[in-house]
Write a protein that binds this ligand. Sequence first.
Ligand SMILES: NC(=O)c1ccc[n+]([C@@H]2O[C@H](COP(=O)([O-])OP(=O)(O)OC[C@H]3O[C@@H](n4cnc5c(N)ncnc54)[C@H](O)[C@@H]3O)[C@@H](O)[C@H]2O)c1
Ligand SMILES: [Zn+2]
Length: 343
Amino acid sequence: MQKKIFQFSSKRVSYYFDADFSYLQKIADKSQAVIITDENIFKSFKKKFEGWNLIVINAGEEFKVQQTVDTIIEQLITMEADRKTFLIGVGGGIVTDITGYVGSVYMRGVRFGFVPTSLLAMVDASIGGKNGIDIGDYKNLVGTINQPEFLLYDISFLKSLPQHEWANGFAEIIKHACIKDLNLFKELEKNKLSHYQKNKPALLKLIQKNALLKSIIVKKDEFETNERQLLNFGHTLGHAIEKIYELSHGQAISLGMVTACIISEHYLDFKDTSRVISTLDKYGLPTLAEFEPKKVFDMMKMDKKKVKESINYVLLKKIGEAQTKSIAINDLEKIIYSIIRAR
Ligand SMILES: NC(=O)c1ccc[n+]([C@@H]2O[C@H](COP(=O)([O-])OP(=O)(O)OC[C@H]3O[C@@H](n4cnc5c(N)ncnc54)[C@H](O)[C@@H]3O)[C@@H](O)[C@H]2O)c1
Ligand SMILES: [Zn+2]
């Protein structure tokens, strides 16, 4: 096991890499801890949860809502959970987002930590302290920024992760490489998904590298005024098409990253779109799709809640070097229309 500590504005977060789930009892007292997990993870790993106080929620984004929060809180009351209770979210990003939120509001805040079980949660969702729930069509509209006390990484959980969930994780990993790490990009370019699935040391290293990469960005800008925005690479258009076409998050941001690369050619003379495309392709992510520009554009504007004159778009100067650029809505509309027509 390898321990690393990050000091964020209000909390020290301990990262336990290459750990075993059983180590959890050294971090949290079983009598005061309550694990929150979802039905899929519970079914696959029942034995691991023996002896722990447990709340099992339904799996799926449609359950990342206030109703589920209420159900959890009712169960906490029944368990007589108090201010000393330590909540532990064991799951994908939905479980960690909800656990962080409940942990932030139950009795005005109790201790909480995470054991991420999906690749996406390991490299992205469990890191950075953002938590919350969806309200109607608005994803993550309500929540807080509050860091967990710890993150425990046990990659043996990934054994049962469905294949398409791996691609979701790799979309964020490729995003990290594009915005910050040329060497990581070269590594990804050289390998393919099965390499990491078969090679535990390579997977461990990859997850740790990505968890640290995101943590460093967040530490510089916990409350998202500049640096943290870079993590939105591929997400502006991505979020819009995810909603309209019911794509997975990874598929949507893969297409979003391709579009952002093409926009980067225009504004920053970016030259490596084809390398980004072939790398996304290697990890089972789509790079070419037909969509209706008007619908997508309207959704993109709506997603920003307030329609402003311009959108802050994350672009690439080179692979490993990103910057945000404020682009006037009218110009963006023209470029996106021309990209879609050219395909
Ligand atoms: N807080 C943040 O900064 C942040 C960042 C990115 C994403 N998110 C949020 O994370 C969520 C997506 O995360 P996700 O992709 O992990 O989704 P998820 O939690 O729905 O997990 C994906 C699926 O895999 C299953 N699963 C997870 N681990 C498993 C395992 N080890 N074995 C078998 N099945 C397993 C889950 O039950 C679920 O069906 C979204 O709600 C998104 O908004 C948050
Ligand atoms: Zn994402």
